[in-house]
Design a protein around this ligand. Structure first.
Ligand code: G3H
Length: 490
């Protein structure tokens, strides 16, 4: 059954859309012979709707004096609790769309939904604590201070297709609860699944606090930025889009950025690593959701002494994974939502082969439907595109090393600095290495693959990987500013 979304949310109203629309296509085939499925359509909005949404968000904020930024904390919490309860009732509908729209496996789709609900409840609890803390007075050198946290203004929020619910809400929810007003446009894939939640947003928050638009980023987000009236750009995605939007803002030095961007997280396999455990974790890190995670392992460094054992076990394990539709039992590899992705991955493979790499696993690079089997490439060199680009898909570049300085030098030169996975046993080797790695990235995973969760842990990156920190705790701070009232003993 197709879904044709014909409403959007502006100024507390679910407005009807009668203009042009765009089809939402799933690369999951509903027939035996591979044919993409038309899931429905969404409004193709433009400048007028975008500026109406901005106007509503500005009015609801009203230079800090609007209803929302000045509302009592307990009332804001009540709105958020109402919302999350309504959202929970939509679990089955949203999970089904997660599977169809972006091809996420059934367990991972449920996990994304449940994790998001938990994120909201944890945010509410953390916000209550923040409020309790700000009720306390401080006194230094005869000056009393009542320090609290206030909102920043209007937040433009854009989420990614790989976590259209969890990561978008990891931006939107803390922004809202801190008293900001928001405009949100879902990603191109994973867009219909927002539709079942429109009514929940509309009925839970005062008008103008949450505005939801559909359409292309260029048509919707750019005109909003061009007004110079957005205070925060909150985006998880690629730096090209983030930079393009920042450039649209006439006073971009005033713009606060909350960005989660690209990464090229390495795995480093030391000679004494427990190889079975390492292979399990590297499989998870390189193949979960087909490598379409910013936290995926995107390059593997294996010590010369153990590379044969690594390849033997890793290539067998990768070829034993099951491909299928997201709802089938035991499926690990699923159709890719972006129609052009297999061709792009193929280009990376061809480039690497032309420069001397080989595909190490039997099934690597096999193509069918909108899929390409994960290809393990070795030996990879730095002139290859698969080393230089964030592949965000099923291809794994592997390099071997003799001395640990080799991967460390590469990490120091890299434009990214999100996480690393380190596999080994000897504490005397690991301990100084962990200290060095922690100065190159923001999370060192010991004998485990990289991941964002649990969502209470800080999620950020160095260099081009992020601006600001997103965790339940940190996001509340990223979307607010400390203000205070000071007075003297007089
Ligand atoms: O795309 C990046 C995501 O934040 C990854 O989250 O590590 O939980 O899959 P995850």
């Amino acid at each position: 059954e197709q879904k044709h979304q014909r409403h959007y949310l502006v100024n507390g109203e679910l407005r009807a859309w009668n203009g042009a629309t765009t089809e939402v296509i799933s690369t999951i085939s509903s027939t035996e012979d591979y044919q993409p499925t038309i899931l429905g359509s969404i409004p193709d909005m433009g400048e007028k709707e975008a500026l109406d949404a901005l106007d509503a968000a500005l009015k609801a904020y009203d230079q800090g004096q609007g209803l929302w930024p000045t509302m009592k904390v307990k009332d804001r919490i009540e709105c958020m609790e109402t919302f999350v309860k309504k959202m929970e009732a939509k679990r089955e509908e949203v999970v089904k769309l997660l599977m169809w729209e972006i091809g996420k496996s059934k367990p991972d789709s449920y996990k994304e939904f449940d994790r998001t609900v938990e994120y909201i409840y944890d945010t509410i609890e953390d916000y209550k604590q923040l409020d309790r803390d700000s009720a306390k007075f401080q006194k230094h050198d005869g000056v009393y201070a009542h320090i609290r946290r206030g909102p920043l203004g209007v937040v433009l929020c854009l989420g990614p297709y790989n976590y259209p619910l969890n990561e978008t809400f990891a931006l939107l929810i803390p922004a809202i609860i801190m008293g900001n007003t928001t405009i949100f446009k879902p990603a191109k894939h994973g867009v219909l699944l927002i539709a079942p939640l429109l009514e929940a947003f509309q009925s839970s928050f005062p008008k103008g606090v949450v505005n939801i638009l559909f359409g292309r980023g260029r048509a919707v987000a750019a005109p909003i930025m061009q007004t110079g009236k957005v205070d925060v750009l909150a985006l998880i995605g690629n730096s090209k889009s983030a930079n393009a939007l920042q450039e649209q803002h006439p006073k971009s030095n005033r713009l606060r950025l909350v960005l989660g961007l690209e990464a090229k997280n390495p795995a480093i396999v030391l000679p004494d690593a427990n190889m079975d455990l390492t292979v399990n974790e590297v499989i998870a890190g390189t193949t979960s959701f087909n490598g379409q995670r910013c936290t995926a392992l995107k390059v593997v460094y294996v010590h010369e002494e153990v590379k044969d054992e690594f390849f033997e076990k890793y290539t067998k394990a990768i070829d034993a994974l099951k491909f299928g539709n997201p709802w089938e039992d035991g499926v690990k590899l699923t159709p890719l939502p972006e129609p052009g992705k297999p061709d792009y991955i193929q280009e990376l493979i061809d480039d690497a082969i032309a420069k001397g790499a080989k595909i190490m696993n039997e099934k690597g690079g096999q193509r069918f439907d909108n899929y390409i089997w994960p290809a393990v490439l070795y030996p990879v060199t730095k002139d290859m595109r698969v080393y230089q680009e964030e592949q965000f898909g099923p291809v794994v570049p592997v390099l071997s090393f003799k001395d640990i300085s080799e991967p460390l030098d590469d990490m120091a030169e890299s434009n990214y600095g999100q996480q690393v996975s380190l596999f080994g046993k000897d504490v005397y080797t690991l301990s100084p290495l962990i200290d060095t790695l922690a100065n190159l990235v923001c999370r060192v995973n010991l004998n485990s693959s990289c991941q964002r969760g649990p969502d209470v842990y800080p999620f950020t990156g160095r260099k081009d990987s992020a601006q600001a920190t997103l965790s339940v705790h940190d996001a509340l701070r990223s979307f607010s500013i400390r203000t205070f009232v000071a007075f003297k003993d007089n």
